[in-house]
Structures are given as C-alpha cells and as structure tokens.
Write a protein that binds this ligand. Structure first.
Ligand code: NAP
Ligand code: MG
Length: 456
C-alpha cells in the first residue's frame, strides 16, 4: 500500500489476482486491503491536510505539474499496464487512457494557480477552502483517467486523498502513486489502498475521517454510497451509469453521424460511461442508417479489445440474448464468442429496438448498439429522455441552431453538437440517476471546495 509517502506491507495476507483480459491469464497480484489499511491511509491523509491546505495554490499547482511530468516519464509503461489489465488496444491506451489524464493534470496545474480562492461580496470576504480528506473510489473502465479526474482537482483545492481503485485494474493506481512519489508530493497527501469494493471501498466510504466521498461506478453501488454519506452528512460526488443517445435529426450528414456514433460506442469496447449506446433515427432514413451502422460495426470486428472480465463479458452476452428474446432485430454481431482466449464480444447492432426494451433502457457497457426509430422531433425527444439516466449524448442536424435547440431540451449533462470534440475543461457529470456533481475543469475543482465568509 502507498501510505504516508512510502510503500508499506499490507495488514492482511489476502491478495487480488490481476488478469489480462486478452489472454485470461493472471499476470500480477496486489494486496487486498483491510479496514486497518484504510484507517492508516485516512490517518495519514488527515495528518497531511493542514500543511497541504495551507500551501499556496500556485505551489500546489507546481506539484501537480511535477506529478504530470513524472507520469509523462512513465507514459509508455503506464500505457502497457492499462493494456494488460483492461485489455485496451495499445494505440488507444496511449492516445486516450494515458494522454487524457496528462491533459487533465495540466489543466489543474494551471487552475490551481489561476483560480480565485477569495472574493469580495459587499461587506464580506468569501474564502474557498478545501473540503478536507477525500475518499476516491474508481472503476476499471478508464482506470488512470478516473483516478486523475478526482485526484487532480482534489489536490488543486488543497484536499488530501485516499484512492481505492477497482479490483480489476489496481496496477495503474500504483503507477500514479509512484509518479506522486517521484514528483515529491508531501507524505500523506496522496495514498493508495488496493482492495475489494465491499471491504476496502466500504471502509473508506464509511470512515469518520473522510470528509468527502467521490465515487465513479455503477448506480447500484453509488446509491449505497450516497445513502451512507447522507447519514453521515458528508459531501458526496457520484459519477454513475448512462444510456446516452446519439440523435440524428433530418438534414444531418447521415453517414458521418452514424460513423462517428458507432466509433464513439466501440471505443474501449463500449465500456465508456457516456457511450452512445442508443442511436435515434427518423423513420424516413431508418433503413439507410441501419445499413451504414452495419458496415461501420463490421470495421471494428478485428479492432475492439476484449471486455475487462469474464463477468462483464457474460453480462453483455446476456443483454444480447435478451435483445433477441424481446424481439429486436440482430443486424450484426451476437452473443457467440468471436475468438478465444480472451473476453471478446462481437461488435453488435440491433435494429427495430423500441424504447421499452431492456437493451434500450439498461446500461450494457459493451459494444452493443440499439437503433431506435422516431416519427418527428417531439417523438425523438421523448425517446431520448425516456431512461433513468442522463450522462452524455450527441445531436446532429443540418443547422447548428436546430441541434442546439434540441440539445437544450435533453435531460443530460454533456452533449456533442455535430461531432464536437471532447473537452477536458468542460463539466462532466449526470442528470437524473447518472449522478450528483461534476468532474473536470473549474466545475470539477468547485466540488472539492467549501466556502467561508467573513463579514466586516
Ligand atoms: P462497481 O461495483 O460500482 O465498482 C466501482 C468501484 O466501487 C470499484 O472500485 C469497486 O470495487 C467499488 N465498490 C464496489 N462495491 C462497493 C461498496 N459496497 N462500497 C464501496 N465501494 C465499492 O462497478 P463494477 O462492478 O466494476 O461494474 C458494474 C457495472 O457498473 C458495469 O457493468 C457498468 O454498467 C457500471 N459502470 C459504470 C461506470 C461509469 O463510469 N459510469 C464505470 C464502471 C462500471 P471493486 O472493483 O472491488 O468491485
Ligand atoms: Mg464491483
């Protein structure tokens, strides 16, 4: 465990097996943390809090830049580890899994230095102070990014952190700890405890010494964490599931909208929280869109990586079988294993999907696209908003103003207009059951701050 600025033996003897999803072979083991390890890490973070909170923000920013540089020096190794533990293709690991967190670290190095932590309001001076000790619990789908999206703003705000990474992908978190060490972060400011969710994760979320829990993962676990944070009156940020819609309005460049939409979903084998797993197409263009999607998906047959685990693969296959059973039309793909070994699932496209079907409602987290038909814009909007989620989305139209008008009526947190690029400064987070709070950029920084006002 990385606690109080050093690598320490774990309390218990339990270990977690780390398996390469492409070979199904164990290639590493990490210690399974106990509540004793979590307690030691939280104590270290508490002890480090006053010093770090009092460090001038520009200096905190300089430490974050040093962390970025230390991680950059390990870039190739970090990408190799993401590929080994998650199964992401090497090019995607480098270009997204590692490159994005480097950009996010850069953004918080700058934000720490430029943010106004103090303002005058009438006869008051308002200070923005760190929330305190943050317990960060992250999933496996973007292991380095999800960790950095919490750790960077927390450190910029002056908080100290204990990170519990997902059991499937614990090695990237150790790379981040090693980089923090190389960067000379003061002892206790950043700590990592590997372990199982219901043991180490639960102990961290419930610890009295944790002032805020920042969680990314499933809605089921998020709900429990939110409930226990509520009972303890703790700050909580939840980044949960999604069932995002790619809405193609008449007049859009249909081929581009379909191709970009399929690519957005297939990236990371569909294991992206804001994946466009639903495509909404007007009835007049429906057959053409389905044919385009079939051709686009075929291009990914040899390109998608495996899913993270046998459990995820089985879950996704179950959804495919359910789609067929509920009457959706399987256009390409299916639940048969395309190759072995490895937890692969074929890029799969369903047509004639209706909004009430399970594959139109639940987060599948795999390379499975559901194409739905709408009659007019109001119908499209009703379908787009007809899930419990609201994380991402896309809108395509011939005219940008028309796309914007539609996007403003969608109940979702982040929407790309005519293929707009991902922006690591834009607030990321969900409406409805997709979560509470926002990550990234200045809005992500605000999550880790609380205000104190002095009246004169
Ligand atoms: P998960 O169980 O919610 O895991 C997320 C994190 O929470 C992991 O670090 C996990 O540890 C930890 N955790 C689990 N139970 C906990 C508890 N009782 N208290 C505290 N922490 C706990 O998600 P998953 O099992 O990896 O994936 C299940 C589904 O969630 C996916 O199929 C997908 O639909 C969704 N998901 C969404 C996102 C997203 O970004 N929105 C990301 C991942 C998954 P362990 O790793 O040890 O379980
Ligand atoms: Mg789990």
């Amino acid at each position: 465990m990385y606690i109080d600025g050093e690598w320490r033996p774990a309390d218990g003897t339990g270990t977690i097996s780390v398996v390469d999803p492409a070979t199904e072979m164990e290639f590493a083991r990490v210690p399974a943390g106990t509540p004793v390890d979590v307690d030691a890490a939280v104590r270290a973070a508490r002890a480090a809090l006053p010093g770090w909170a009092a460090t001038p923000p520009a200096e905190r920013g300089a430490r974050i830049a040093a962390l970025r540089d230390a991680l950059k020096a390990q870039e190739a190794e970090a990408a190799r580890i993401v590929t080994s533990e998650l199964g992401a293709p090497p090019g995607f690991s480098k270009a997204v899994h590692v490159a994005l967190p480097l950009r996010v670290l850069t953004s918080y190095a700058e934000l720490a230095a430029s943010h106004a932590f103090e303002e005058k309001l009438g006869n008051s001076t308002v200070f923005q102070e760190p929330v305190g000790v943050v317990g960060a619990i992250t999933p496996w789908n973007y292991p380095l990014h999800q960790a950095v999206a919490k750790v960077a703003p927390a450190l910029a705000a002056g908080c100290t952190v204990v990170l519990k990474p997902a059991e499937n992908t614990p090695l990237t978190a150790r790379v981040l700890a090693a980089a923090a060490h190389d960067a000379g972060l003061p002892a206790g400011v950043f700590n990592v405890v590997t372990g199982l969710g219901p043991v180490a994760g639960q102990a961290l979320a419930a610890h009295e010494g944790v002032d805020m829990v920042s969680f990314t993962g499933s809605t089921a676990v998020g709900r429990d964490i939110g409930a226990s944070a509520g009972a303890a009156v703790k700050r909580v940020a939840l980044e949960l599931g999604g069932k995002s819609a790619n809405v193609i309005l008449p007049g859009a460049d249909l081929a581009r909208a379909v191709n970009v939409g399929v690519a957005q979903l297939m990236a990371n084998s569909g294991q992206t929280c804001h994946a466009w797993s639903r495509m909404l197409v007007h009835a007049d263009e429906y057959d053409e869109a389905v044919a385009l999607a079939e051709a686009a998906a075929a291009k990914y047959a040899d390109r998608v990586g495996p899913l993270v685990s046998a459990r995820q693969r089985d879950r996704v296959r179950g959804y495919i079988d359910q789609g067929v059973a509920e009457g959706a039309r399987l256009v390409t793909g299916g639940s048969d294993a395309p190759r072995s070994p490895g937890y692969y699932v074929s890029p799969t496209v369903f047509a004639d999907v209706t909004p009430d079907m399970t594959i139109a409602q639940e987060e599948i987290f795999g390379p499975v696209l559901a194409i739905l038909r709408y009659r007019d814009e109001d119908d499209a909007l009703r379908i787009a908003n007809a899930t419990v989620y609201g994380l991402g989305g896309g809108v395509w139209a011939g005219d940008e103003a028309e796309a914007v008008a539609f996007a403003r009526r969608m109940d979702t947190g982040q929407i790309d207009i005519n293929g707009g690029r991902f922006n690591p400064l834009a607030p990321f987070g969900g409406y409805k059951q997709s979560g509470v709070g926002r990550e990234l950029g200045p809005h992500g920084l605000a999550e880790y701050l609380q205000t104190k006002s002095l009246q004169f």
